[in-house]
Design a protein around this ligand. Structure first.
Ligand SMILES: [Zn+2]
Length: 352
């Protein structure tokens, strides 16, 4: 018999709903964490929910300290790690969007502390996963840490966030289709570790989101529900897999490469959405499901073209032809695709 073992780490409390920010104290108290919290947030979420989170956490005993971060960078992580070293908090709390939460999680991993995730936007699946990466010069600084101990996602707050952030979260989920297919391919060709449960959960999450695309509309709090629940299941799929494979394939490599070539041009979720259209074409050719992916993105109002991302044609081609170099992750891109293939795939799918 083959000896096997696996260790799945999941968030302990996931609290989602209207007004649940008021239950932050309760959700954290149940974790029996010692020490004071260190809150990591950025200016906008601080002004929207900062006081409420601080008040809720203060009720637990030791008053929290807050660090405000401006950008997702290696320098900012270092600054938060330094604060944590000085303050010696019991745990970290990320409050905000991807930026604040990613930095909180990476600093928590560095200091070997737990962290709590309080997303105020639903713009990508990092809000419920232990995985994060930020640009670090010409490379990326990544962690594969534990997922948050608790997630408190107030749909009233999230529904109020700029709509494009929500459509970015949706697009990040829709990209699970191509991520799972790349994972299967890598399993067949390279024997990478694979979990059928995780793959099925990730694919089903994308399917459910697409089936509910009608209820994903600006101004509907229901949209925040649908997206947050999808982000949570996607995070669980990554926890079961023990890797980001269920939610990250060639479309994510493409997006990371765009981050380097055209920093700040578009949101992560929007980039992977467009990447997913092209990846689907590369995986299945003309008969692939790239049209379904494009239509789903279109119906929720996420970009489906390079112009929609604010990126020029040549940058897209360069990102596609160099995406395989960004990390050692086998995908449909294999050892790289040539410029003609990239041009063909992006032209047929209408991305260019
Ligand atoms: Zn993503």
């Amino acid at each position: 018999m083959v000896e096997k073992s696996s260790w799945i780490r999941l968030p302990r409390n996931v609290v989602v709903g209207h007004g649940v920010l008021g239950r932050t104290g309760e959700a954290v108290a149940e974790l029996h964490l010692g020490g004071a919290p260190l809150i990591v947030t950025s200016p906008t979420p601080k002004s929207i929910v900062g006081d409420r989170v601080e008040a809720a956490l203060s009720e637990l005993g030791e008053p929290p300290e807050t660090v405000v971060v401006e950008e997702a960078s290696f320098e900012e992580i270092t600054r938060v790690v330094e604060s944590a070293r000085r303050i010696e908090p019991g745990y970290l709390v990320g409050v905000g969007g991807g930026k604040a939460i990613d930095i909180a999680k990476m600093a928590a991993a560095d200091r070997d502390l737990g962290f709590v995730s309080i997303p105020t936007v639903a713009s990508h699946d990092g809000i419920v996963s232990g995985r994060g990466s930020v640009p670090d010069g010409d490379t990326r600084h990544s962690v594969a840490a534990d997922p948050p101990l608790a997630v408190v996602a107030d749909t009233e707050v999230i529904a109020d966030a700029p709509w494009r952030l929500t459509t970015a979260g949706c697009a990040d989920i829709i990209s699970n289709y191509t991520a799972v297919r790349d994972w299967e391919l890598a399993y067949r060709l390279q024997n990478v570790e694979y979990s059928e449960y995780a793959a099925a959960l990730s694919r089903m999450t994308a399917e459910m989101l697409v089936e509910n695309a009608d209820s994903i509309r600006r101004g509907l709090e229901e949209s925040a529900w649908v997206v947050v629940k999808a982000l949570v299941s996607s995070g669980v799929a990554m926890s079961i897999a023990g890797s980001s494979r269920p939610a990250s394939g060639a479309e994510h490599l493409f997006s990371h490469q765009l981050d380097r070539l055209a920093p700040g041009a578009a949101l992560h979720g929007h980039q992977v959405g467009v990447g997913s259209i092209v990846t689907s074409y590369l995986q299945g050719g003309e008969r692939g499901d790239w049209r379904e992916i494009r239509d789903a993105l279109e119906s929720i109002g996420a970009p489906t073209t390079a112009a929609g991302l604010g990126v020029d044609d040549e940058t897209v081609i360069e990102a596609l032809t160099t995406a395989h170099t960004i990390r050692n992750r086998y995908t449909i891109l294999g050892d790289g695709i040539d410029a003609d293939a990239a041009r063909e795939a992006t032209t047929v799918t209408g991305v260019l």
